[in-house]
Design a protein around this ligand. Structure first.
Ligand SMILES: [Zn+2]
Length: 315
């Protein structure tokens, strides 16, 4: 059955399978767990189970299930505001009207709230929670259930996602990154805290480097000054945010190289190579310069001027 798509969390899956097979899905779920723990995956599976027309719900093969998983089902609604950190209360009020319009295609109408709400937003939902329409299923997602108003929390069925152990996580990572060596996989596993999403993100950062970062690596690892200068030159007209994110990445690589020099395992192959070619003192100095560049960028120094300065101090 579809709930097996969620890794680990055996008890939670068994409980859900039981309630689905008895036709007893709850109206309200509070799904909690840190970043990358599978909150959205779980919410989608519950949403699919609610609208599924197959035998063992969610079958993940019927039209309804597929549409939910592809985010195209008209009765599976994700309430987000990409512009803000929290969903504005105005938006919650607008959806509150929509909730009382019957579903389009399915027998249920499912709302997922992946972003947190302000207290007034939760209060706006409270009326719905007190008297939900029979077809409504609501899922609030949070990294910390303590932040949710007790009046809301007490009405929800709580589902808390737990970290996975290595035997659950490692096969998935290996599947996603078949070329990665065991050491890299193990390091990603260690740093992920047992959450698949974080482990995949770490692998991704470790495996991919943009061309500017490649120039920086060549400059730092092989003392290829031309490559470093070219990288910095090509960044002079960059927007502040883009430049800042690259600087943060370089700082992270240097930090990893320093950790590696102290004898600990690190994820990044690039950092390992750099640490084998440079002294701790050199790495520390470069890290200090990048930190300074980050401060300048956050201040009002132009990106072009910072690039010029870096090409002088990093040479
Ligand atoms: Zn189905």
């Amino acid at each position: 059955m579809g709930f097996d798509k969620l890794l680990g969390n055996h008890r939670l899956r068994e409980n859900l399978k039981n309630s689905v097979s008895r036709g007893k899905l709850s109206h309200f779920y509070l799904i909690s767990g840190p970043r990358g723990s599978g909150k959205k995956t779980l919410a989608r599976l519950i949403g699919a189970a609610a609208v599924c027309q197959g035998e063992r719900k969610p079958c993940l093969t019927c039209d309804h299930c597929r549409k939910v998983m592809a985010d195209t089902h008209p009765d599976f609604i994700t309430v987000v505001d990409p512009e803000h950190k929290e969903v504005p209360v105005k938006m919650v009020r607008a959806y509150r009207e929509d909730i009382f319009i019957r579903p389009n295609e399915a027998e249920k109408k499912v709302y997922m709230f992946p972003q947190e709400l302000r207290n007034e937003g939760y209060n706006a939902l409270l009326k719905v929670l007190e008297e939900p329409p029979s077809y409504g299923v609501f899922m609030l997602l949070t990294d910390n259930p303590e932040k949710i108003l007790p009046t809301i929390r007490s009405r929800c069925t709580e589902l808390n996602l737990l970290p996975l152990n290595a035997s659950e996580l490692l096969p998935r990572l290996r599947q996603a990154y078949p070329q990665a060596d065991e050491e890299t996989l193990a390091a990603a596993l260690d740093r992920s805290g047992g959450y698949l999403g974080q482990a995949l993100e770490l692998m991704n950062q470790g495996m991919e480097a943009d061309s500017q970062t490649k120039g920086f690596l060549a400059g730092m690892t092989h003392r290829d000054t031309m490559a470093l200068l070219q990288a910095l030159l090509s960044m002079e007209k960059w927007k502040r945010e883009q430049f800042l994110s690259t600087m943060n990445r370089w700082a992270e690589i240097l930090q990893q190289a320093l950790i590696c020099r102290s004898g600990s395992k690190v994820l990044s192959e690039a950092a390992r190579q750099m640490s084998s070619q440079r002294s701790g003192q050199e790495l520390l100095e470069a890290h200090r310069c990048i930190q300074k560049a980050i401060e300048y960028t956050q201040g009002n120094v132009s990106v072009a001027a910072i690039c010029g300065w870096l090409s002088w101090v990093l040479r």
